[in-house]
Design a protein around this ligand. Structure first.
Ligand code: GDP
Ligand code: IMO
Ligand code: MG
Length: 423
């Protein structure tokens, strides 16, 4: 049985958590393949909102197994907080949450290094979530990292001490003014490690291989978005993992030929949190309305998300790199009441019109070219079928589908599980 992938096509926060939760009924296993607590995946059902950071978004379905894959980086402290919240909600996660032995651990000093590195960059900072993501993936590729499987062996603390001491030297090297109490951070870390040790650790690539062989349907859940990918994103304003489809292969141990459907999620407009180029960003009332109606604040950091028009140049690029087979359009309801809606269809680049994603999309290199659409007035949030949707929205959907040549199979009209229209 093939593994289906679900990933974000923009700069993250497209609504991946919501759709994974909606689709979980069709799958036996939900497996996160990259990222860590920089992610914030929001689920809304029965009038309650839940935000997950490291735990796969299938966890609220007791019949689905949830795997934290080898490509994920885990901060035991944040992980423990997530587990505690699940317990408060009455979720018995011990039976259906599995953690890959090959996943890397975020140490308290990785977080300090992230902060020191950002502080030393001044205005050029990435706008990192300060969760230690970059330094942890650096230690992974630098072959210095500590993995979940290590904490099963008695002398892992020696390795920890060496690495943490090295990190402290590096923090000082940055000469950033960062205050910290390492003893307190380490006490919290080792306490959280004890909780982590109560979970089921697995050789996840073997587990998933056997599940595939047994015909069990698997959905791989991505974090962040394609434009934050370490290779294909707006480098250096990116995260440190492979957020694109290839990341599911390395982050779960799945062969490329085992991939089935690739679900690409995008908002009906665009948002970005943190620094970096954003050609269609709006600084006017339209942007302010998207921010207010869409409640565009980071699920992890609470920072306001920058808002702008949908950008088909970036979307086409993301579909191409990921091999997207089905599209899902989120937050169409936020655009209700706009008199006009615009879509960027090409860039002006060195005096030429281009429709491919160039080396750099900073404002000095590209200027968006727009096509205007008539808006709609209707409130979409109670609509349940495609035939309910206003003609103007159907024309908007039709245009995007034709330009990308990929069907839009889900239109989301609100944050709740139930506010999902299947086509
Ligand atoms: P993720 O990181 O991709 O899982 O997305 P986030 O959870 O960070 O951000 C998506 C936000 O939009 C969350 O607050 C969701 O509850 C909300 N949301 C998801 N789908 C819709 C939708 O169709 N309409 C509206 N208005 N909100 C939505
Ligand atoms: P989800 O999974 C939106 C952004 C940060 C910053 C850059 C690097 O919820 O869609 P990092 O902490 O990874 O070193 O930050 O990436 N970023 C996200 N933006 N959604 C996310 O995850 C993000 N994870 C990281 O804001 O610009
Ligand atoms: Mg998010």
């Amino acid at each position: 049985m093939a593994v289906d992938l679900l990933l974000g096509l923009q700069w993250g926060d497209e609504g991946k958590g919501k759709i994974v939760d909606v689709l979980t009924a069709k799958y036996d296993i939900i497996a996160r393949f990259q990222g860590g607590p920089n992610a914030g995946h929001t689920l809304v059902f029965n009038g309650r909102k839940h935000v997950l950071h490291t735990i796969p978004s299938g966890i609220f379905h007791s019949e689905a197994m949830n795997v934290v894959g080898n490509g994920v980086v885990i901060d035991p402290v944040i992980f423990k907080k997530e587990l505690d919240k699940l317990s408060e909600e009455g979720i018995d996660y011990r039976k259906n949450l599995l953690v890959s032995r090959k996943a890397h651990l975020i140490l308290p000093t990785h977080r300090l290094l992230d902060a020191a590195s950002e502080a030393s960059k001044g205005k050029a900072k990435i706008g990192s979530t300060l969760k230690g993501i970059g330094p942890t993936y650096m230690d992974k590729t630098g072959r210095n990292g500590i993995r979940v499987g290590d904490i099963e062996s008695p002398n892992w603390k020696k390795k920890y001490r060496l690495l943490a001491d090295k990190h402290c030297t590096l923090v000082n090297f940055h000469q950033a003014d960062i205050e910290y109490d390492l003893n307190a951070l380490e006490a919290e870390f080792f306490d959280a490690i004890k909780t982590l040790q109560t979970l089921q650790f697995i050789d996840s690539e073997e587990y998933l291989f056997q599940a595939m062989k047994n015909g069990q349907p698997i959905l791989a859940e991505g974090a962040q978005g394609s434009l934050l990918d370490i290779d294909f994103g707006t480098y250096p304003f990116v995260t440190s993992s492979t957020t694109t489809a290839a990341g599911a292969c390395t982050g779960l141990g799945i062969a490329p030929r085992s991939i089935g459907e690739v679900f690409g999620i995008f908002k009906a407009y665009a948002t970005r949190v943190g620094s970096g180029p954003f050609p269609t960003e709006l600084f006017n009332d339209y942007g302010a309305t998207m921010s207010r109606v869409g409640q565009e604040f980071g699920a992890t950091t609470g920072r306001p998300r920058r808002c702008g028009w949908l950008d088909l140049v970036t979307l086409k690029y993301s579909c191409q790199i990921n091999g997207v087979t089905q599209l899902m359009m989120m937050k169409a309801d936020v655009l209700s009441g706009f008199d006009t809606i615009e879509i960027c269809t090409a860039y002006e680049h060195n005096g030429e019109e281009i429709s491919h994603f160039p080396f750099d999309i900073a404002p000095e290199f590209v200027k968006p070219i727009y096509k205007k659409f008539k808006g709609w007035k209707e409130d979409l949030t109670g609509m349940t079928t495609m035939t309910d949707l206003p003609q103007e929205l159907l024309a908007y959907i039709d245009f995007i589908e034709k330009e990308l040549d990929i069907p839009i199979t889900i239109v989301s009209v609100g944050p709740d599980r139930k506010q999902t229209i299947f086509r």
